[in-house]
Design a protein around this ligand. Structure first.
Ligand SMILES: Nc1ncnc2c1ncn2[C@@H]1O[C@H](COP(=O)(O)OP(=O)(O)O)[C@@H](O)[C@H]1O
Ligand SMILES: [Mg+2]
Length: 487
């Protein structure tokens, strides 16, 4: 299989031969105007090359060549039909050569351009209102494209709470020119889906199917059949396809640790996003980026990317603060404003006032449905339709008992920073049990550990909730009071 560099060299040689053929044929038959100086120079340069090439042909081919070009042919004029023939020959031969090169690179010839490569790989587009994440993006890009010293393959994880922008961040990184060029054999984007007995087999089958569609396995291998093959067999076959190719596999929204065990056997770069920090605990090979809420400047930028006209509205800054830098909440709010501002004059002013009043109420804020699905990643349209729904999915990971314990945090004041002892008091648990519980919640990004240090002084770890999570717990108490243990 040839590398992209070899393919480029091969294509250049073909282009030179094609150009010199056209130039020489033209010089033999065409009416060359004296004003076409550049053209004459090209012909002058190409003619000896061409003659030399012809002289190297076996004698019978030279005869064929002389017959087809009409001997010296200098007196003939080149008519429209001749031009069409040259163009047609150029187009057909270019098509054949490109097809040949893509086969030599092991592709089925479908992915002639970067865009087609992205389409086949199902790589999502970066959303229009995207705000760049600076260092996090640079780190991920570097980790993915740097070859690890031990000949292993890069493994990168993006983790963070639901709706914080993991998918958006991953999408932005892999759509960069550097990543697209580095993974010249293809980037395969897959949605991981809910855990289940057949989830791992289903995803491995999908990877195998997509790679079979994209790659040629070689003249004597026909590796299309999947029926009856288990995960390990499919992994072996996928690895055969990956040999001497540079691919990136992106698994978005992984919840099941078993899924990781299987994909880690694949010999390609891997980018995984997950809202369960804990699933990477036993996989030290993953370099991790934790996605944090946006700062106020970026929150404002995101919002104004969606509704530039909102810059003059009074009270918007306060609403932005209330989202705590949560991109999904900010995006939903932006689309609601877009809708309210679409009306004219007084109607628009009234709609904006109503909207602002609703958004000031934390429960409404969490439950307001997005007005335009286009700003969401297509696979998450249902789960991200409003913020509370997005948090419901995170809560699903807890057992009934753990859920009750978590919901009792609602009793703490907004913006609380609690030591483990204080959490133990709320939960009625010993310190070590409270720590276990806090760590379990942290693994699902349902509570955060405040990183603080005062010089060399040991400061006790403090535990905090994101402001929207706090609102969410309050909302749960109102909507399902029987779920919350009474104080
Ligand atoms: N950096 C960002 N700039 C602009 N919008 C963002 C950004 N990150 C996320 N979003 C918006 O928030 C929504 C949720 O983000 P997403 O990446 O899907 O969350 P996650 O994968 O963490 O659950 C996206 O559909 C997008 O509209
Ligand atoms: Mg996601």
């Amino acid at each position: 299989m040839c590398s992209p560099l070899q393919a480029v060299v091969f294509f250049c040689i073909y282009a030179i031969i094609l150009c010199s053929c056209i130039a020489v044929i033209w010089s033999h038959f065409g009416e060359v105007r004296a004003s076409d100086e550049l053209f004459i120079r090209i012909m002058d340069a190409a003619s000896p090359l061409y003659r030399r090439a012809v002289s190297l042909l076996p004698p019978y081919l030279q005869v064929v060549h002389l017959t087809s070009t009409g001997g010296n042919g200098h007196e003939q004029n080149f008519d429209m039909g001749g031009i069409v023939a040259i163009v047609a020959a150029g187009v057909i031969s270019s098509y054949l050569v490109l097809n040949f090169i893509s086969k030599a690179m092991g592709m089925r010839g479908k992915a002639a351009s970067m865009d087609q490569l992205r389409q086949i790989g199902n790589v999502p587009n970066v959303c229009k209102h995207y705000v760049h994440r600076g260092k996090a993006e640079d780190d991920i890009q570097e980790w993915l494209t740097d070859q690890p010293a031990d000949d292993s393959h890069p493994r990168v994880a993006i983790v963070g709470m639901a709706g914080i922008g993991k998918t958006a961040l991953g999408t932005s990184v892999i759509n960069s020119i550097k990543a697209l060029a580095h993974f010249w054999s293809g980037i395969f984007w897959l949605q991981s889906g809910a855990p289940g007995p057949d989830a791992v087999l289903a995803i491995i089958r999908e990877i195998h199917r997509r790679m079979t569609e994209m790659f040629v396995d070689g003249p004597f291998v026909a590796d299309r059949e999947q029926a009856g093959l288990g995960v390990d067999d499919l992994v072996t076959r996928i690895n055969n396809k990956l040999r001497r190719r540079s691919c990136l596999l992106v698994l978005d929204g992984v919840l099941d640790p078993k899924m990781l065990e299987s994909v880690l056997k694949l010999r390609c770069a891997l980018l995984v996003t997950s809202q369960v920090k804990g699933i990477f605990d036993n996989h030290v090979q993953f370099k991790r980026v934790e996605v944090l809420p946006l700062d106020f400047v970026s929150s404002r930028k995101l919002f104004l990317n969606l509704v530039p006209a909102a810059v003059q509205l009074k009270g918007v800054e306060e609403l932005l603060q209330s989202c705590g830098g949560h991109p999904l909440a900010l995006s939903i709010m932006g689309t609601l404003f877009q809708d309210a501002m679409r009306a004219e004059g007084a109607a628009s002013a009234a709609a904006i006032d109503d909207l602002m009043a609703e958004l000031r109420d934390p429960y409404c804020r969490l439950q307001m449905r997005i007005k335009s699905d286009v700003v969401l990643h297509s696979a998450d349209v249902e789960r991200h339709s409003n913020v509370s729904r997005c948090f419901d999915f995170a809560l699903d990971a807890l057992s009934w008992n753990e859920r009750k314990v978590y919901m009792s945090l609602e009793a703490l004041p907004i913006g609380f920073q609690s030591t483990i002892g204080e959490l133990g008091t709320v939960w009625n648990l010993q310190d070590d049990q409270a720590l276990q519980m806090a760590e379990k919640l942290e693994r699902h990004f349902l509570i955060q550990r405040e990183v603080c240090s005062e010089g060399s002084k040991t400061v006790p770890t403090l535990w905090v909730l994101h402001s929207l999570q706090h609102d969410y717990l309050k909302m749960l108490r109102v909507s399902a009071p029987q779920n919350v243990p009474q104080q």
